[in-house]
Design a binder for this molecule. Structure first.
Ligand code: SF4
Length: 216
């Protein structure tokens, strides 16, 4: 397994590679980020941004999503995977926001996870990006990178990955590290073809060494 000291080196190398890593979901306020993050489940940020460019023109506040039929909203997001279920969740969470929170998104992870369609990862993304509260959301890229580097075991759950990341990463770096790991996983340590030959972490990486050996 990776040591804590090696993890620190990995973080610094990844930060050097992606110093400007940031949230790629386009949004202007916490509510738009909730909607965009909910839509991004099993879908690329690029596609979500394409859809929300029009969606956020038409729907500006929770009440707007409640003023249309479910079918109309489903039609507006139909190019996104799982659109039927996502539309239902958007209307349900809009109703909860209006009924219980005066239409204002709460900046509290535990409260956010009580909203329909909002899991721990989405709540972490929202509190860290929209409210500046340190959080380390574990998405598919973060989980893959942590496991390839043997930071975590393959069988660990996303929550176990998150807990270890938080233990091993200084709290003040959580938000940046979240984005940097996503960029590293999205653009370098890709799911199908990780760029191991040019990776500065190769000497510390279990998966990279295995792949390099297989290609000898
Ligand atoms: Fe990913 Fe390969 Fe780098 Fe390991 S060596 S972190 S698998 S790109």
């Amino acid at each position: 397994m990776l040591t804590k000291k090696q993890w620190d080196v990995c973080l610094d190398e990844i930060a050097k590679m992606f110093p400007d890593a940031h949230c790629e979901l386009v949004h202007k306020n916490p509510f738009e980020l909730v909607i965009a993050t909910l839509l991004s489940a099993q879908c690329t940020d690029v596609l979500v941004n394409r859809v929300t460019a029009d969606l956020f023109q038409k729907y500006k506040k929770p009440e707007d999503y409640l003023a249309v039929s479910l079918e109309e909203l489903q039609n507006d997001i139909r190019s996104i995977g799982l659109f039927r279920n996502k539309a239902k969740n958007i209307q349900a969470l809009s109703k909860m926001l209006v009924d219980e929170y005066g239409g204002i998104v709460p900046g509290d992870r535990d409260l956010l996870t009580t909203f329909p369609g909002v899991g721990r990862k989405t709540a972490n993304v929202v509190v860290s990006n929209a409210f500046g509260i340190p959080a380390l959301a574990v998405d598919t890229h973060v989980e893959r990178v942590a496991k390839r580097l043997a930071m975590n075991r393959w069988k660990d759950t996303p929550l176990q990955v998150e807990e270890k990341l938080m233990r091993w990463t200084p709290r003040e770096r959580w938000c940046d590290v979240h984005h940097q790991l996503i960029f590293f996983g999205r653009y370098h340590c890709k799911a199908q073809k990780p760029n191991c030959p040019e990776c500065p972490l190769l000497s510390m990486c279990r998966e990279g060494k295995k792949r390099m050996k297989e290609n000898e």
